[in-house]
Design a protein around this ligand. Structure first.
Ligand SMILES: *Cc1c(COP(=O)(O)O)cnc(C)c1O
Length: 225
């Protein structure tokens, strides 16, 4: 458990090294601790090491932790799992971000169920960048229309895109990273609200940061002790 603190220090060193100690870039990187299957005690350990944003994949598990940690109003909760339409109401009620919008129906329902909240929910469109059959996310050819729909919803704040390139190891084939970087640049020009590229997990932090990711979702490298 003590190792969580060390893991976070090492993660920050890795970010510094990947960005060649460029402080103005380093400052912009948000670390999301992917806390699926992790206990509230472990989340508290990450909190005491200065991590305030957490990503949950399973709605019931996530809500249980959100309720248990309610007294800490600094925490920002991201939903990073597959969104089923019947779960959109709970995502809209409990989470600050939804990173996994992959179809119009989900955007419409999230918008509908967010109406009674003061702030819109921050959303990312998930893109299936490596065109994998069983992966979540919208196809790269179709993200335009979905971005258009999402950007018009008053209770959604369209912040950008999320992707998980198919990488078992740090790779030298960077095409997927280049493509996602291009899409991010196009959307940033088109929509003022777009400022977030959520890309990079424990195995591909360096590649993600090189290709302009500013939000990394890290599980194993933080919680494995
Ligand atoms: C689990 C998970 C992560 C973190 O992956 P690690 O390999 O544990 O760093 C990131 N994104 C999503 C969507 C996840 O489900």
């Amino acid at each position: 458990m003590k190792n969580i603190k060390n893991n976070i220090q090492n993660l920050k060193k890795k970010i510094q090294y990947s960005l060649k100690n460029n402080d103005s870039l380093i400052k912009k990187i948000k670390i999301i601790a992917a806390s699926k299957n992790q206990s509230v005690e472990k989340i508290q350990m990450a909190l005491s090491s200065g991590i305030y944003e957490f990503g949950e994949n399973y709605i019931q598990e996530g809500i249980k932790k959100i309720k248990q940690l309610k007294q800490n109003n600094k925490i920002i909760w991201h939903f990073i799992g597959k969104v089923q339409s019947k779960k959109t109401k709970l995502v809209a009620q409990y989470f600050d971000w939804c990173q996994t919008i992959d179809r119009e129906k989900i955007a419409i329902l999230l918008n509908k169920y967010r109406t009674n909240k003061k702030l819109p929910i921050n959303v990312l469109i998930q893109i299936n960048i490596s065109k994998e059959k069983n992966k979540n996310g919208i196809d790269i050819e179709n993200y335009h229309n979905l971005a258009n729909v999402v950007s018009k919803m008053p209770h959604l704040n369209f912040r950008g895109i999320m992707a998980m390139p198919n990488n078992k190891i740090e790779t030298t084939n960077y095409n997927d990273y280049k493509n996602i970087q291009n899409i991010f640049n196009i959307l940033k020009k088109q929509y003022k609200s777009v400022d977030t590229l959520s890309l990079g997990t424990s195995i591909d932090i360096k590649s993600a940061l090189i290709y302009n990711s500013n939000m990394i979702r890290i599980g194993k490298n933080i919680f494995n002790c």
